[in-house]
Design a protein around this ligand. Structure first.
Ligand SMILES: CC(C)(COP(=O)(O)OP(=O)(O)OC[C@H]1O[C@@H](n2cnc3c(N)ncnc32)[C@H](O)[C@@H]1OP(=O)(O)O)[C@@H](O)C(=O)NCCC(=O)NCCS
Length: 173
């Protein structure tokens, strides 16, 4: 099912047939330092879990897969949705920015959430800059909270609130 789309990107439900692509994307050397690695079973669980959304991203014109997104917290009472993972396999072409705008639109206008949040490794400057430029605000750092390859990485928590999303829309209208 298509969740949301614009002239550049289509966000649709991930199918089990997409999981080989998803696994290859997250384990690629360009991405594995920045995102967690899941087994096929964990991805299948996310696809079937009502609290989560597993989204495959396609170019609207070519239909080619260009990445995937995981979201979580759809059932929580605080209306606080986690953007758990984003990987773009066709980097530097503007897909990431478009997807973040679409995910914000989906979160606040379709789901009706109050808060969208994420964590990002401190050294992932490209992602941090992109999140900031699409309206996310840094909240603080979870110091050395992720063990990766024998090394502890620190995570920055970022979020955007419904009011900030609405204010941004008014400003940019
Ligand atoms: C971070 C990521 C999602 C961004 O997606 P993308 O499609 O490459 O991003 P875009 O093409 O929309 O570019 C966004 C910004 O990144 C910057 N950027 C683009 N290419 C870049 C490059 N080669 N090096 C550094 N920064 C670059 C630009 O500032 C651009 O901003 P602009 O629109 O003002 O030009 C993607 O690179 C990715 O999958 N990275 C690995 C996984 C990851 O880090 N996920 C996030 C975990 S929290």
């Amino acid at each position: 099912m298509i969740l949301i789309e614009n002239e550049t990107i289509k966000c649709r439900d991930t199918l089990s047939a997409d999981l080989e692509y998803v696994k290859a994307a997250e384990s690629d050397a360009e991405n594995s330092r920045f995102v967690s690695q899941w087994s096929i079973e964990q991805h299948l669980h996310a696809i079937g879990d009502e609290d989560q959304m597993h989204i495959t991203l396609e170019d609207s014109n070519s239909g080619k897969r260009v990445g995937y997104v995981l979201m979580a917290g759809l059932k929580n009472n605080n209306k606080s949705i986690e953007l758990r993972r984003i990987v773009i396999t066709e980097k530097g072409k503007g897909y990431g920015r478009q997807v973040l705008n679409l995910i914000q639109e989906y979160t606040f206008e379709t789901i009706g959430a109050h808060r969208l949040w994420l964590d990002v490794k401190t050294f992932n400057q490209r992602a941090r800059d992109l999140y900031k430029s699409t309206g996310f605000v840094e909240e603080g750092t979870l110091r050395e909270s992720m063990l990766y390859n024998g090394q502890y990485d620190s995570m920055v928590i970022m979020s955007i609130l419904e009011s900030e999303y609405n204010a941004g829309r008014t400003t940019h209208a």
